[in-house]
Write a protein of this length. Structure first.
Length: 419
């Protein structure tokens, strides 16, 4: 049965039939890997400074968590958090019959997949000296297009390096697609006014994929706000694969589950999911890839390779100061980001950033965006969207400038030979 999204837009039907009533959010003191492993089957919201924030869906999980570690209740009823954010899909342009919004209105709220796509098409036409809209680099499980935009100074010919910005692999992390959209918009708006942006557009082609998991994203808007995975029918009554465990880089080695019902289910094989297969095929076609950032939320973290092992990479002496500079740019907006190795207590194989680094030979990071680790979690209010996006944009400019200032960063590797 096809879902009629236009009815939701026109009449403001309620978002979800999924209820979180009675579910809890716990802060658990986890300081060692052995304890962390016990929590891997939980829905982990965040991990920072020795505190693992987890979702418990029932009394049994609550008891298990408290057996594993000392936990305190952050939120006794998860429904209270979800209800802080609007439980209605808002399309401010519905009455006008147009999905295209002014830039100001676009960034007032978290927009639907269709609105984001229409906005990117609009920007590509409006700023055609700099932008090219790619309608589809591949299809999702449910048949949606994964679109992208290329942004560069088209008047400057010659070889340019590519920077890829990927967002939205995890459906519930709404601030990530919004931030990628803001970065695209500011690059275009400032292309003729900001000297640093002009320099960046002479050096790079920005390949921005704002919604890497549109099926899951729309599902969070209409059914289950906290859905993480894609919408693969696993054939056993469960749905979804964690796209950030499905990349062909140390797939299944650590931090992923073979249980189809788990939040970190890795899929049947590397690149089994059309979203990941399409993204990796597209990125692999880029002949001059130099940089990549995978945008996520939340926790305010700047994460560098590797994600599957706690061993620092051969580029640690380069990536660490780069992360510190990005942190300084973002923190200038009043935030407090942390730059660290990606693995932490919860190493994970099959992640996009490690694939970017090892397979695609890019200088890569993952940025976990706002908020830090407070009660709102994934529910960053729309009123805070723009501030987070602006800070992240400044961080992205530091990333670009670092790549210009360091044009020959070697491909990343391992300090210990790999078998």
């Amino acid at each position: 049965m096809l879902f009629n999204y236009s009815l939701i837009a026109a009449f403001g039907l309620a978002l979800a039939e999924v209820s979180y009533k009675g579910q809890q959010v716990l802060d658990c003191q986890v300081s060692d890997r052995a304890t962390a492993q016990k929590f891997e089957k939980f829905d982990i919201f965040n991990e920072k400074n020795g505190i693992t924030t987890v979702r418990v869906k029932n009394e049994e999980q609550f008891k298990q968590a408290n057996q594993f570690a000392k936990c305190s209740v952050r939120e006794s009823n998860l429904e209270n958090i979800v209800s802080k954010q609007s439980r209605f899909i808002r399309r401010d342009d519905a009455a006008a019959g147009s999905l295209v919004l002014s830039d100001e209105d676009f960034f007032k709220n978290y927009q639907s997949y269709e609105t984001i796509k229409a906005q990117f098409q609009h920007w590509a036409k409006k700023y055609n000296k700099y932008a090219t809209f790619n309608k589809s680099i591949g299809k999702t499980v449910e048949g949606r297009d994964i679109f992208s935009i290329d942004i560069t100074d088209k008047t400057r010919c010659g070889k340019k390096k590519d920077i890829v910005y990927l967002a939205g692999l995890h459906a519930r992390e709404w601030i990530a697609p919004a931030t990628a959209s803001y970065i695209a918009n500011r690059l275009l708006v400032e292309a003729e006014t900001d000297k640093q942006v002009q320099s960046h557009l002479r050096h790079f082609v920005y390949r921005i994929i704002p919604s890497g998991n549109p099926d899951g994203y729309e599902y969070t808007r209409n059914t289950d706000r906290l859905w993480r995975k894609n919408r693969r029918n696993n054939g056993d009554g469960t749905f979804g694969v964690d796209l950030n465990r499905n990349f062909d880089n140390h797939w299944g080695v650590v931090g992923a589950s073979n249980d189809t019902s788990d939040e970190t289910y890795l899929g049947t094989a590397p690149h089994s999911e059309p979203e990941v297969a399409s993204i990796t095929k597209y990125v692999s076609s880029l002949k001059h890839l130099y940089g990549a950032i995978d945008w996520h939320a939340y926790g305010q973290l700047i994460l560098r390779n590797w994600g599957w092992t706690m061993e620092p990479s051969t580029n640690e002496a380069i990536l660490a100061p780069m992360g510190d500079k990005i942190k300084a740019a973002i923190d200038a907006h009043g935030y407090n980001f942390t730059s660290q190795l990606s693995a932490g207590l919860y190493p994970a194989g099959g992640a996009a950033d490690d694939w970017f680094a090892e397979n695609a030979k890019a200088v890569s990071l993952t940025l976990e965006l706002c908020p830090d680790n407070d009660d709102i979690g994934f529910e960053l209010p729309p009123k805070d969207l723009l501030a987070c996006a602006k800070a992240s944009y400044d961080g992205s400019k530091v990333f670009s400038q670092f790549l210009i200032d360091n044009p020959n960063i070697p491909h990343n590797g391992y300090t210990t030979p790999q078998v």
